[in-house]
Design a binder for this molecule. Sequence first.
Ligand SMILES: C[S@@+](CC[C@H](N)C(=O)[O-])C[C@H]1O[C@@H](n2cnc3c(N)ncnc32)[C@H](O)[C@@H]1O
Length: 271
Amino acid sequence: MPMGQPPWAEGVDLSRPSPARVYDYFLGGAHNFASDRDLAEQMLTVEPGVRQWAAANRSFLGRAVEHLLDSGVRQFIDLGAGIPTVGNVHDIALGATSDARVVYVDIDQVAVTHSRHLVADVADRVGVVQADLRKPDAVLGDPVTQRLIDFDRPVAILMVAVLHFVAESDEPEALLAAYRDAVPSGSGLVISHMTYPAEMTDQVRESVKTYGRSAAPLTFRSQAEVEALFAGWDLVDPGVVRVTRWRPTAAGNDPATLPDIPGLVGVAIKP
Ligand SMILES: C[S@@+](CC[C@H](N)C(=O)[O-])C[C@H]1O[C@@H](n2cnc3c(N)ncnc32)[C@H](O)[C@@H]1O
């Protein structure tokens, strides 16, 4: 292990940027390295709105989880959960009801190590799985998932700022169908997804190319393509909209005061 490498990053290739740590940097977190910061700064040069998108996305996640809690959902599988930061799903869910259950899933070792450390004292209700969400059988069949989640009761499947790392060749529709079929009626689906800006400039193309150098290249999807990801679910109002426009609250996400960030989001319930 190189000198100065913290214990939570043991065995991690620090020379290669990772989406989890780049996102952590955008959110002002401390779990990132020079390679992550270099890539993040390059992205900020071509797309200065990325930091606002990350904050808006995180805020949406909180509003979506609160909405599902209000709808009676108590169990959450957070796919591509990321490195813990403010407003983690288990903080919101356990804050609302002590009988909530949360399974965090991420492919990234730093995200998983740090999450495990953070939830150790609530391990009876919150678990962490290191897995590739593109392998639903591995995620759903993992002993941690099986221990915590009752698949006879509603489960929220969270795919927040992660499906743009799933290429068309990975067949996202089939993937979503596998998760949908595993949960009962009354379950929830939350998606937040990068989309094309109103105008596809050379700068944006450059930004996508830059992110393509990270461990997982980015796939933008259109409004129609994101809506198609909700096949078999009933979208709740206001449907698939820009991230700042999904049920904004007065506290800081008033769409009138925010830039038009190129991220689409939606929340749906299984009929
Ligand atoms: C941009 S972060 C989003 C974190 C969190 N969901 C949020 O919205 O605040 C994307 C996360 O997805 C994870 N990820 C990317 N591809 C994945 C995959 N195939 N399976 C599991 N996790 C993945 C990354 O490691 C990263 O932590």
